[in-house]
Design a protein around this ligand. Structure first.
Ligand code: 8YV
Length: 327
């Protein structure tokens, strides 16, 4: 019997590609630099039974309408805000994603960004490389301490908890805000629940880790930045859509907050002339939260397994819309 066709929108590690090729004929957009053009995706999806996508592919209604044979969508990410899951659910198409395998790696990067922003590590490395190190001065390149400071985590899911664990190791006071209270984390990590407003007012580091949903769209805006301490640092390793970038720009420019470290933008890839990149008090990264070799490989393998399960008519290992399995 002929294998079903699938579309893979990016070059993925061989291990994952082998899993896909066991179960399907793969159309592979074999590039790490260029995203698959929309017209190529629309063309290739017409007779495909599956798609292995990632965060920068918009899997919207037009894609579903143009893919009458589609049986499974699998994304190599924990977040699936780029996929019209409501449309997938209407069509009884399961959407696979990759939670769990990236938790610790993303928490590492979140903490690295927090430390880099506080201790001005990128700026200091550039200072040295640019030949600006002429003499030692007591207050040269100084920043706030991380050890013993108060961290406020917005979004206490898997990654939030992993960041809290790291914060505990740094002797930090841990505050959190979440849709639901997590009593077990409060006990285990000595974390304290706060309203969003109180968290913003009390924290030295505000770390945003909420998923991107209609409710969290631009949840950090002018009002929220105004509530933060002028000495506070804002970190975002979730989604750019959760932040009003203009309000962040103004808060940084007018020194309403001390600095920010961000791994995500509302529109990615962000161009080099993005206004936020013109500011001295921001450390910005190109969405590398989960970018360790082992984790990206594990994500690709899990995405391939979700795809294979969907093609075989089996339940996905991790499904974003499990409602499709209800009768
Ligand atoms: C991924 C992410 O690197 O998993 C997510 O939701 O944002 C990152 O871990 C990215 O989505 C790659 O597709």
């Amino acid at each position: 019997m002929d294998k079903p066709k699938v579309v893979i929108t990016r070059r993925i590690p061989d291990e994952a590609l082998e899993i896909v090729r066991k179960h399907a004929e793969a159309y592979l957009w074999d590039s790490e630099e260029q995203p698959i053009p929309r017209e190529v995706l629309l063309q290739e999806i017409r007779d495909a039974a599956g798609i292995l996508a990632n965060v920068s592919d918009r899997i919207d209604k037009a894609i579903f309408e143009g893919a009458p044979r589609l049986r499974v969508v699998s994304t190599m990410a924990v977040g699936y805000d780029n996929i019209d899951t409501a449309e997938a659910t209407n069509r009884k198409i399961p959407v696979g994603h990759t939670p769990g395998v990236l938790t610790e790696t993303t928490a590492d990067l979140t903490f690295a960004l927090l430390m880099a922003t506080a201790r001005r590590i990128v700026e200091a490395a550039d200072f040295l490389r640019d030949g600006k190190w002429k003499s030692w001065a007591p207050m040269l390149l100084t920043g706030p301490d991380v050890y013993g400071a108060t961290i406020g985590i917005i979004g206490m899911g898997r990654i939030g908890e992993a960041v809290a664990k790291r914060a505990a190791g740094f002797g930090m006071k841990i505050l959190y805000h979440n849709r639901t209270r997590r009593h077990e984390i409060e006990e285990r990590l000595n974390a304290q629940y706060r309203s969003l407003e109180n968290l913003l007012r009390e924290s030295d580091f505000v770390v945003l880790l909420a998923p991107s949903t209609p409710e969290t769209y631009r949840m950090m805006g002018r009002k929220e930045f105004d509530m933060m301490k002028p000495s506070a640092i804002f970190i975002n390793t979730s989604r750019g859509q959760n932040v009003d970038e203009r309000a962040l720009y103004e808060a940084l420019k007018d020194n309403k907050i001390w600095a920010a470290g961000i791994d995500v933008f509302e529109h990615e890839p962000a161009p080099p002339d993005h206004p936020l990149l013109s500011l001295p008090n921001i450390t910005a990264l190109p969405h590398i939260g989960s970018a360790s070799i082992a984790t990206r490989t594990a994500m690709a393998v899990l995405a391939a397994k979700n795809l294979a399960a969907g093609l075989a008519g089996e339940k996905l290992l991790f499904c974003a819309n499990p409602i499709v399995y209800n009768d």
